[in-house]
Design a binder for this molecule. Structure first.
Ligand code: NAG
Ligand code: NAG
Ligand code: NAG
Ligand code: NAG
Length: 508
């Protein structure tokens, strides 16, 4: 899911990016086994939330509490009933891969226990339909939609009990679908899920504590729960990877990873303080998950600033987590400026946000709904992962341009965005990035977390006023299709520029 609003925003302008870029390129410039796809997630498109035995997730609860402007995903794009039509659109477009998520509470309605045969059948049908057109399925196991039953029973991810239940759920997925699905990711953008859901409290499951929450939460603890839940996500992820490697990987020949949300962080000023703050911001957002996966422990600065509030890995846990991935999924939309706020470290009570001792300064969102086209920021993230984390295999699982849902299907800004960012991926790969695939967000206009259908990212417009929810291709769908079918693209998208990234890589 795309997620823009979970941080405090402050307005500045981004000036003087410099030289223009913009080469011509085509699909053939990428390796043949590189995949181009597009994605959605279960709650955002399936609808049919009360059909065939599914039970509510924490996202249903969030939407029904009015947190998405009063709208709910009860119907969404009705993809549950229209999946054949949607897969046909993908095939006609020439899409090589499709990323979707499984609704845990559709497959195992109470989070644990019997499998729902209708849920099983839906995902089997979807996977088979994709494969019948040669479209590669990339499956996420968790996308903000924990079964409400587990949240109610033991607080979901804040309890260690989740590790076992998640692993058992994943086991069902590998056993039932793993003969046909080769790309699995466990938890989608846990960093954003935790900051929103457990510190600010303004995303599911809406846990936080005063004075930190952005809403009046009825339960939670912003000082410790983001760290506890992160720890359990890492352990559940690692336990799942261990299970996959032990029981499935050899015969199913698949790959498993974790997907993280990235900003490209830029120091607000050229002061030393802001350069250090930028490194802290990277550690708190990216290092939180990648340091354990790659080095076996949280970043030093997180441990220093959060003290005893961040759990420690035992030796056995550290060993379990380290190396527990075949690839990293990357979600990237935009850059954010970072300024130092070390004064937060003097506070008696702190939350995750204060622990990072930074202020994030947004460059885009108060001036416009659309994101600035700065493909070098995606290149910068890929370069950062290369330099700091040893260049792991990467799938870019979300990237795309936001526009009003009711704007024209002539979505030229989205075409320009895609054209520029795909070129950015090519540049990064030519400089050694180990990127294996690129997925736009999103295939259909999807039910977005905060504003439902008001803004959207889809290649296909969905007419939500039409009882039949008819889909219409936007210009971006035509553009992507042409590109996938071999057309040379690229011209002179505006505002592209080079940026001196060297300043950003302070050594770890
Ligand atoms: C939280 O509660 C206070 C006091 O009841 C109220 O003034 C405020 O509007 C509430 N905030 C939100 C975001 O609901
Ligand atoms: C949060 O947990 C910390 C550490 O256990 C505790 O000191 C603090 O009082 C708790 N805060 C709330 C609001 O419960
Ligand atoms: C589109 O939606 C926006 C925000 O909801 C609204 O301000 C605008 O008037 C709408 N435009 C059209 C053409 O309906
Ligand atoms: C390309 O890779 C080299 C070696 O890792 C690095 O020093 C350089 O900064 C990279 N260039 C860009 C534009 O990222």
């Amino acid at each position: 899911m795309s997620n823009f609003l979970f941080i405090q925003l402050l307005l500045i302008s981004l000036a003087g990016l410099g030289v223009c870029n913009g080469e011509k390129y085509s699909r053939d410039d990428f390796p043949p086994n590189f995949v181009f796809g597009s994605g959605t997630s279960a709650y955002q498109v399936e609808g049919a939330t009360n059909e065939d035995g599914r039970t509510p997730s924490i996202w249903d609860t969030f939407a029904h509490a009015g947190r998405a402007g009063g709208a709910t995903g009860d119907i969404a794009c009705d993809h549950y009933n229209k999946y054949k039509e949607d897969v046909k659109l993908m095939a006609d477009m020439g899409l090589e891969a499709y990323r979707f998520s499984i609704s845990w509470s559709r497959l195992i309605p109470n989070g644990r226990g019997p499998v729902n045969p209708k849920g099983l059948q839906f995902y089997n049908n979807l996977i088979n339909e994709l494969l019948s057109y040669g479209i590669q399925p990339h499956v996420s196991l968790f996308n903000f939609d924990l079964p409400q039953a587990l949240e109610d029973e033991y607080g979901g991810w804040v309890s260690q009990k989740i590790v076992r239940d998640f692993t058992v759920y994943a086991d069902v997925c590998f056993r039932e679908f793993g003969d046909r699905v080769q790309y699995w990711s466990t938890v989608n953008e846990p960093n954003v899920y935790l900051i929103g859901g457990y510190d600010a409290g303004d995303t599911p499951p809406q846990r936080c504590s005063p004075p930190f929450g952005k809403i009046n939460c009825t339960r939670g603890n912003s000082s410790i729960e983001p760290y506890m839940a992160a720890h359990h996500i890492l352990l559940a992820h690692a336990s799942t990877v261990k299970l996959y490697r032990k029981n499935y990987q050899e015969k199913q020949h698949g790959f498993i990873g974790l997907c993280i949300y990235t900003f490209f962080y830029i120091p607000f000023t050229d002061s030393k303080e802001d350069a250090l703050a930028t490194q802290r911001a990277n550690d708190f957002l990216i290092g939180w998950f990648l340091d354990p996966l790659i080095f076996g422990d949280y970043p030093r600065i997180m441990k220093e600033n959060a003290g005893s509030r961040i759990p420690s890995f035992t030796k056995a846990e550290s060993k379990l987590v380290k190396g527990a991935f075949d690839f990293i999924g990357v979600i990237h939309y935009m850059a954010i400026h970072v300024s130092d706020k070390s004064s937060n470290l003097a506070l008696k009570h702190r939350d995750y946000n204060a622990d990072s001792a930074t202020t994030l300064v947004d460059i885009d969102l108060l001036t416009s709904l659309e994101v600035s086209i700065t493909p070098w920021t995606l290149e910068g993230v890929l370069e950062y992962l290369k330099q700091v984390y040893g260049n792991p295999p990467i799938f870019i699982y979300e990237n795309g341009q936001r526009m009003l849902h009711n704007s024209s299907v002539e979505d030229t800004p989205r075409v320009k965005y895609m054209e520029a960012y795909i070129e950015g991926v090519l540049n990064a790969m030519r400089n050694g990035s180990n990127t294996r695939g690129y997925f736009t967000w999103s295939f259909l206009d999807a039910f977005e977390l905060f504003d439902a259908f008001e803004s959207s990212f889809g290649l296909y417009y969905v007419d939500i006023e039409d009882p039949d929810l008819k889909r219409y291709p936007k210009l971006s769908a035509h553009w992507y299709s042409d590109f996938l079918k071999g057309k040379t693209v690229g011209s002179d998208p505006e505002g592209l520029g080079e940026f001196d990234r060297n300043v950003l890589f302070t050594s770890k």
